[in-house]
Design a protein around this ligand. Structure first.
Ligand code: AMP
Ligand code: TRP
Length: 332
């Protein structure tokens, strides 16, 4: 299967990003034919940002992904803006995208209310660029967290509409892969909200690069629920979240955690075990990051090699798309 996913360029990735996305990327990279992973710097332009920070954040993230175990030789790891086909295809796809659909996207609604100066057209177009990312590679499978479900649905509609209008089988309609456990990790302080560096609480957000003492402190102060049973339940969002995190960090099913915790003396035991497991899961990433981040020339070389592989694939799709749409000279 051809796998594609994207991630925004900042090193401030949190436990939700790691569990919902990065871990899956690494786990499935060998299944990919190929696995294509894209650092989406153009998406970052849709909200106010600082240009120098965009570059340093991109290196931070690339070093983090490599430290997490992504193999740039076996897969395709590249920077979105290096492959111009993404922006060109965005325009082509916009011809079969309804403004009403874009306007209804939850992410657009949520992010636009926070903007004082201007709600950019880029913010509205964000899902079209995301569709172009995936469709340019005719990818079958898209590993993402739960919050991307709506964007994936839109992308599928756009691909279907494009094919219906311009020719069946030009684009591939992709499937999402959202993990059953860990697709939506919640804020440790406000377990009704997803963990997020932009919308969440600082205390309730564990960063992948946090040191072990900080991770322990944040998890031990996690808000739990009334009662003392350590079980997953709709009225126990805090406990459910910790059980899910522990299960994923250990690579076991949540019910195995529930079973083990039957003999626990209280939520304190659950928190201690979770903190320990998360620290162990993230330690190699943090250590590897420190080694890899310094050599920016090497990081650029990895991006350049990835872009070359990506471009070759995207170019083929764009040639078919241009031809089907009657754009440019006829193909011979
Ligand atoms: P971003 O950092 O926004 O580019 O997100 C990268 C990936 O992390 C996407 O696949 C998101 O769906 C996923 N993600 C973001 N927040 C969470 C969360 N709280 N739980 C699980 N996955 C998440
Ligand atoms: N919008 C995604 C996020 O915020 C990132 C992304 C951009 C993406 N392009 C993509 C994810 C293509 C999957 C496929 O997490």
């Amino acid at each position: 299967v051809r796998i594609f996913s994207g991630i925004q360029p900042t090193g401030r990735k949190h436990l939700g990003n790691y569990i919902g996305a990065i871990r899956q990327w690494v786990e499935h990279q060998d299944r990919g034919d190929p696995a294509i992973y894209c650092i989406v710097d153009l998406h970052a332009l849709s909200l106010p940002y600082d240009p120098p920070e965009l570059r340093t954040g991109l290196y931070d993230l690339l070093a983090l992904l490599l430290a997490a175990g992504l193999e740039p030789e076996g897969s395709v790891l590249f920077r979105q803006s290096d492959v111009h086909e993404h922006t060109e295809l965005t325009w082509m796809l916009s011809a079969v995208t309804a403004v009403g659909e874009l306007n209804r996207m939850h992410q657009f609604r949520d992010k636009s209310v926070g903007q004082r100066e201007l709600v950019s057209a880029a913010l509205l177009y964000y899902p079209v660029l995301q569709a172009a990312d995936v469709l340019a590679y005719r990818a079958h499978e898209v590993p993402v967290g739960e919050d991307q479900r709506e964007h994936l649905e839109l992308m599928r509609d756009v691909a279907r509409r494009f094919n219906a209008r311009f020719g069946e089988d030009i684009l591939v309609v992709p499937e999402h892969r959202i993990p059953e456990i860990g697709g939506r990790i919640m804020d440790l302080q406000e377990p009704a909200n997803k963990m997020s560096t932009t919308g969440g609480t600082a205390e309730g957000t564990v960063l992948v690069l946090d040191d072990p003492a900080t991770i322990e402190k944040k998890i031990k102060r996690a808000v739990t629920d009334s009662g003392s049973d350590i079980v997953r339940a709709p009225d126990k969002p805090g406990v459910t979240n910790l059980i899910d995190i522990l299960a994923v960090a250990r690579g076991v099913a949540p019910h195995a955690v529930e079973q083990e915790m039957r003999s626990a003396r209280g939520y304190g035991d659950l928190k201690a075990a979770t903190a320990q497991a998360v620290i162990e899961m993230l330690a190699p990433v943090r250590e590897g990051y420190a080694e890899l981040r310094g050599d920016e020339q090497r990081l650029e070389a990895i991006l350049a090699a990835g872009a070359e592989k990506a471009r070759a694939m995207a170019r083929e799709t764009l040639s078919d798309v241009r031809d089907a749409m009657g754009v440019g000279p006829p193909r011979r």
